[in-house]
Design a protein. Structure first.
Length: 140
């Protein structure tokens, strides 16, 4: 059982899709390796990570928990809300040893919640309109 890290990466070229992986090195090193690959036009951003014993097992368990959000069975990418992702990984970090670093993911959650609030306001406006004309919802 080796000590390592589970990490969450985001990429501006794939909004709303997150890579969840594990590594025995520091997650920033792994992020830089992946960012150098030519398959993605923009670099990855390290959104969250935590250290734990048996990081390979923990990563598999997280992948199993999020299986319904998986983009491809052969890849470690998940189309999931940032809030759902944050709640999932926090459930694995319940000791001091497993300190969770989530600055980037917290920002993603904030933006996601802000966009949902804006959508709610727009929907509410159209639902409360006294005019019976169908306005349609403008594209965001």
């Amino acid at each position: 059982m080796a000590y390592g890290f589970v990490y969450i990466l985001g990429n501006a070229s794939m909004p709303g899709i997150y890579k969840i992986g594990q590594t025995g090195r520091h997650p920033k090193e792994r992020m830089e390796d992946l960012s150098r690959a030519t398959a993605c036009p923009t670099p990855f951003t390290l959104l969250a990570y935590f250290g734990c014993r048996d990081h390979e097992l923990v990563e598999r368990e997280i992948h199993d928990d999020l299986a319904g959000y998986r983009v491809s069975a052969a890849r470690e990418f998940f189309r999931v809300s940032a809030l759902t992702l944050l709640e999932c990984i926090r459930s694995y970090c319940n000791t001091y040893e497993d300190a969770l670093f989530v600055d980037g993911l917290d920002t993603e959650v904030f933006v996601e919640e802000h966009l949902l609030a804006q959508e709610w306001k727009r929907q509410y406006f159209f639902e409360q309109s006294a005019d019976l004309v169908y306005w349609g919802v403008p594209n965001a």
